[in-house]
Design a protein around this ligand. Sequence first.
Ligand code: ZN
Length: 138
Amino acid sequence: MKSFRKELWFNAPTRRAFINITHQVEECLRDSGIKEGFVLVNAMHITASVFINDNESGLHHDFDVWLERLAPHEPVSQYHHNNGEDNADAHLKRQVMGREVVVAVTNGRLDFGPWEQIFYGEFDGRRKKRVLVKIIGE
Ligand code: ZN
């Protein structure tokens, strides 16, 4: 069995952002030489997510509005976690949007359903953060 590991780095200029990382994951898959197996992609931080959905800006806006309604950033004093921090909402948003995705690899390609793309969800940006890509197979 072959295995491949790479860390992708991000530094979103805003507190919250959705970044399409599909091409970077496809590049990892090409570099791995793996044709049949699985790719795991996970955020390495507890205030960021990796998820799969549609690459559609209206939907990303809807996600942002919905998450902000579920866990508003302000007022920061409403959260017990914000005891010297201001990112409790980011932990909650990450929990809703998920930590990782697993995608099947078939014939050397990501075996997606219709319109599926991989996104990095940032909820406490303006600093360097990482995503892990791990690929196993033959
Ligand atoms: Zn925190």
